[in-house]
Ligand binder design. Structure first.
Ligand code: DC
Length: 227
């Protein structure tokens, strides 16, 4: 069976990583959450004091970017636990503090250049599912399967709100809505690698799809490509 690259892009909270993990498991592929890498750099900037009063000291971050080591390691049943400079940060990077600042960090060309280089290295052997915003357009423009995921902002807010609530984080629905819509705007309008649908991407609007319906649709696409 042929090994391929599966690039999943789309708006925030469309369930990209849920789908990507399911596909990686079924196909025995590597899964890479590229958004987690941008979040890890943001957490690094916060921890180093490069962000205060929501202002990012871009020069300080850029000159220290070589000191940021991001690794996905297997831990128990979870093959993709994120480590930032050898410290496990998987849940820390999902909090509102990082979520509210990550678009600023992700807009920096120097940060993108570094992470894209790393992402391409991870895909050299194919057999990879990577999700993000620029995977089908910039990281792997020759990916055999490109999926562009979307859903209504209301549906996406509800999903992220439920996810944060389950972790006991005190959140307000309107705040989550604001975060999601403003990230859509920033991700889609930034100068470097904005979120756009690749010309050859297949659109998956899951506003009214269950996870299992969505999975069946995508597995049918994949079967045609790997047989
Ligand atoms: O997928 P996510 O919400 O965890 O991504 C966090 C942020 O990182 C999001 O606001 C957009 C940015 N991002 C990006 O610019 N490029 C990627 N390939 C992945 C994420």
């Amino acid at each position: 069976m042929k090994k391929i690259i599966i690039a999943i892009d789309g708006h925030s909270s469309t369930g990209k990583s849920t789908l990507a993990k399911q596909l990686a498991k079924a196909l025995d592929y590597i899964y890479v959450d590229s958004g987690a890498m941008y979040r890890a750099v943001t957490l690094y900037a916060l921890e180093q004091g490069f962000i205060s009063d929501k202002k990012l000291d871009t020069d300080a971050l850029i000159s220290n970017i070589k000191n940021v080591n991001i690794e996905f390691k297997k831990q128990g049943n979870n093959p993709t636990v994120l480590f930032l400079n050898n410290k496990e940060v998987s849940s820390k990077i999902r909090g509102m503090e990082v979520s509210n600042l990550v678009s600023k960090v992700a807009a920096l060309p120097e940060v993108r250049k570094c992470l894209v280089r790393e992402q391409r290295r991870m895909g050299e052997q194919k057999g990879i599912v990577m999700d993000g915003r620029d995977i089908g357009t910039v990281v792997f423009p020759n990916a055999e399967l490109k999926i562009f995921m979307t859903a209504s902002a209301q549906t996406r807010t509800q999903r992220r709100y439920d996810e944060l609530n389950a972790k006991d984080e005190t959140v307000v629905f309107d705040e989550v809505y604001e975060n999601i819509t403003s990230r859509d705007y920033k991700d889609s309008t930034r100068a470097d690698s904005p979120l756009t649908q690749a010309k050859d991407a297949r659109v998956l609007d899951n506003t009214n799809l269950t996870q299992s319906q969505q999975y069946t649709i995508v597995m049918d696409w994949i079967k045609d490509l790997i047989d």
